[in-house]
Design a binder for this molecule. Structure first.
Ligand SMILES: *[C@@H]1O[C@H](CO)[C@@H](O)[C@H](O)[C@H]1NC(C)=O
Ligand SMILES: *[C@@H]1O[C@H](CO)[C@@H](O)[C@H](O)[C@H]1NC(C)=O
Ligand SMILES: *[C@@H]1O[C@H](CO)[C@@H](O)[C@H](O)[C@H]1NC(C)=O
Ligand SMILES: *[C@@H]1O[C@H](CO)[C@@H](O)[C@H](O)[C@H]1NC(C)=O
Ligand SMILES: *[C@@H]1O[C@H](CO)[C@@H](O)[C@H](O)[C@H]1NC(C)=O
Length: 449
């Protein structure tokens, strides 16, 4: 029993280690390969009189089931030359948002939308201390909800307007730090595909050990007896109903498999508090729903795909539909949560009527058009104009918008930190903060060693 616990502890440490290492690799990639883009306020720009007559549509990387959308015929708005003028970025009153960033569930793209929204509107972000026990300036917590220790107080004279950094949801905790009119949103992904992605990305020790036991079917071996392999502290395990845990389901409910308590929480808390839950599988539809429910503009929900690995790596483990019922049994809370929000979104879309699919079609076109501008248009064109449609006023996208949309999470977080708190010094994982030593009267001989 003792050595079993020892092994469990080792496996937690291992999982977290691998997670951080992966984040480290990504961060280094972002920090080293992408030089920081200097943000500048938009200024008057001179440019040549060149008009693009051809639009090359970039492929979409975010999983999207386009269904009926493909039948909608909307012509691309032409790329227009415009004279850039100073853009309005005055904050509007009453904009308070809490976004739950769930691992591996379209959350980085969605977080980028919230970061840009808050930045453009000069909202005050809730941020973790720059140097925290997780080693990253963009992670509030992986194991619990907001506490006075894992976030910084708002800058003097301000209140928090927006939360979009990684932390577990907790109704009471979020309510106590965010204004009472805050709207909550989060992402979900189909649990079996989330499981696959987690295995490929983190390669949890638990499954690796199942493989040692039975190399011919590690996934089946793990799923038939998950409690043999998974760590017992739900807070640190990425394969035991992680989606539900991040949505604030108590570890105790997961351990006791208390479906009744879960159901109550799902209906009384999550359904009531989360205005929009974004499905990775219905991504563009979800964003249009978000736009409508939160009263945003089309410009606000635009995103560009980041450069992803060109070659998709093979799955780390052989998985098939045979494993799905086993996985469903173990990750039952994740499935119930996902299915609930999938049904809710489909119902909301249905209630929205035919116009909704047209708006999604228009959004996809505009999004690709903007992405094309940001990725491939000759750089001497400084801005494009998106024409007015039934769902949006005319608006401009400038090179600065592109820079903001391309900015990596850590870079963006540090830019906000600098703006809000005047300083941002983090240079990489594992680095210690500069220690400010107050000079003390030293005793003679204090300098030995
Ligand atoms: C497409 O829309 C029609 C009616 O608008 C609906 O009956 C059908 O189920 C939809 N198809 C899909 C794949 O959602
Ligand atoms: C842009 O500005 C130039 C010079 O100020 C002017 O000649 C031109 O018509 C303007 N173009 C547009 C699209 O407003
Ligand atoms: C979560 O992690 C932090 C930092 O390691 C720790 O201080 C805190 O006690 C943990 N909370 C729980 C509930 O495990
Ligand atoms: C390994 O898994 C396969 C497939 O489920 C099963 O047929 C076999 O009996 C297992 N072997 C052991 C040693 O458990
Ligand atoms: C997956 O299964 C195929 C055929 O069943 C086998 O050839 C391959 O080596 C397996 N891959 C892994 C990673 O186990």
């Amino acid at each position: 029993m003792k050595s079993f616990n020892g092994r469990l502890l080792k496996s937690f440490i291992w999982i977290i280690g691998v997670g951080f290492l992966t984040i480290a690799v990504i961060s280094i990639h972002e920090l080293v390969l992408k030089p920081p883009v200097k943000f500048q306020p938009i200024v008057q720009v001179e440019k040549s009189a060149q008009i693009l007559d051809k639009v090359i549509l970039a492929p979409q990387h975010v999983p999207t089931v386009q269904k009926n959308v493909t039948t909608v015929k909307i012509t691309n708005p032409p790329i227009q030359e415009i004279n850039v003028t100073t853009k309005k970025t005055t904050p509007l009153p009453g904009q308070h948002f809490g976004f739950l960033k769930v691992h591996k569930a379209a959350s980085t793209t969605t977080q980028a939308i919230f970061l840009r929204y808050g930045w453009r509107r000069k909202l005050t972000f809730m941020l973790p201390p720059e140097y925290n026990s997780f080693g990253y300036p963009n992670i509030i917590s992986i194991n619990e909800s907001l506490t006075q220790y894992n976030i910084l107080p708002p800058p003097a004279g301000k209140q928090f307007d927006i939360l979009c950094h990684h932390v577990v949801f907790g109704e009471r905790a979020w309510d106590s730090y965010l204004p009472s009119d805050t709207l909550f949103s989060g992402t979900v992904r189909e649990p079996f595909s989330l499981f696959k992605s987690t295995l490929n990305y983190f390669n949890p020790r638990s499954v690796a050990r199942a493989q040692e036991k039975n190399a011919s079917d590690p996934i089946g071996t793990f799923l038939r007896n998950p409690q043999l392999y998974d760590g017992r502290n739900v807070r640190y395990v990425f394969t035991n109903n992680r989606l539900a845990f991040e949505y604030g389901v108590e570890p105790d409910i997961i351990i006791k498999r208390d479906l009744q308590a879960f159901d109550k929480y799902l209906h009384n808390v999550l359904d009531k508090r989360f205005a929009v839950v974004i499905l990775a599988e219905l991504y563009d539809e979800s964003l249009i729903m978000l736009k409508r429910k939160l009263g945003w503009e089309l410009n606000d929900v635009l995103y560009v795909t980041k450069n992803v690995r060109s070659v998709s790596k093979a799955d780390r483990y052989n998985m098939s539909e045979v494993h799905k019922p086993l996985h469903r049994e173990y990750a039952i809370f994740d499935y119930l949560l996902y299915e609930f929000f999938e049904q809710r979104l489909r119902r909301q879309i249905e209630e929205a009527g035919d116009g909704f699919h047209h708006e999604v079609g228009n959004f996809i076109n505009v999004r690709k058009y903007v992405e094309n501008f940001c990725h491939t248009t000759p750089k001497n064109i400084m801005a494009v104009k998106v024409q007015k449609t039934d769902w949006n006023e005319e608006f401009e996208i400038t090179r600065d918008d592109c820079d903001i949309m391309h900015k990596g999470e850590i870079q963006f977080t540090q830019m906000i930190r600098k703006e809000q708190y005047g300083t941002a010094t983090w240079t990489g994982p594992g680095r210690k903060p500069p220690v400010i030593v107050k000079s003390k009267p030293k005793q003679a001989g204090a300098a030995k060693r």
